[in-house]
Structure formats: C-alpha cells, structure tokens
Design a protein around this ligand. Structure first.
Ligand SMILES: [Zn+2]
Length: 126
C-alpha cells in the first residue's frame, strides 16, 4: 500500500497527505463509496472532509480527515458527528465516519425522494 503512496507522490501531483488519504479510503468517498478516480468528473469531486468540522473545533490533522465526494461534503458540511455520538469515551475515527455516513444517507434519501416527486410531475408533460 505504501508503494502506491510513494508512486503517487513521485508523480509530483500528490502531496503526502493527499496520497495517504487516498490509500486510507481506497480512492472512495468515505460516506457514499463513490469511486473518485473512475473518471475526470468523479475525480473533480475529490475533497478532504473534516470529520469533526473546523467550525466545531475539529483539528487539521489526518485523524480528523476523510476522503469525500463534493456532494457528501456539501451535505455534511458543518454537521458534527460528535453531537450524535452516544457511546462512552472518545469515539474512534471509524465510529465518527459511521455516524456521518448514516446522516449523509438520510439526507441523500430525502433529496432522492424530492427528485422522484419532481420527475413524476415532469413526466406527465413529456
Ligand atoms: Zn460521497
């Protein structure tokens, strides 16, 4: 795995941090599993998410970073998974991602439902 990282960094296009995140998340969005290297369009969706948002004092450290597509990052934005954490002690990175995934999936389902409603209306006139 670190060989992939080293080769990506050697291209001159990847920072150590970006390559680390890419390998850690297998080039997929942490929240919707979208492959972020399958096309130019998907690659342009590539963003680094602060799992605990900066606005909630989330730190600028790899332990607080998740690879995210633009859509999921926009949905999650300043939503803080720590506020939904009900476990005891400090949650792990994976626990926070799991909580955030659930939130993102709920928002996505609601938006899909809205889209389905609009499509039904539009279909009547096409
Ligand atoms: Zn996503």
């Amino acid at each position: 795995m670190s060989k992939i990282k080293d080769e990506l960094i050697a291209t001159g296009d990847w920072s150590e941090e970006q390559a680390q995140l890419a390998v850690e998340f297998n080039f997929e969005c942490a929240y919707c599993d979208k492959n972020l290297i399958s096309s130019v369009d998907s690659h342009r969706e590539w963003q680094t998410d602060h799992i605990v948002p900066s606005s909630a004092n989330g730190k600028d450290i790899p332990e607080n970073y998740a690879l995210s597509c633009r859509t999921c990052n926009t949905i999650k934005h300043i939503w803080n998974p720590l506020e939904a954490y009900t476990g005891k002690g400090a949650p792990s990175k994976n626990e926070l991602i799991k909580i955030a995934r659930s939130y993102v999936h709920t928002v996505r389902a609601k938006e899909q439902s809205d889209l389905d409603k609009y499509l039904k209306i539009i279909a009547q006139y096409s």
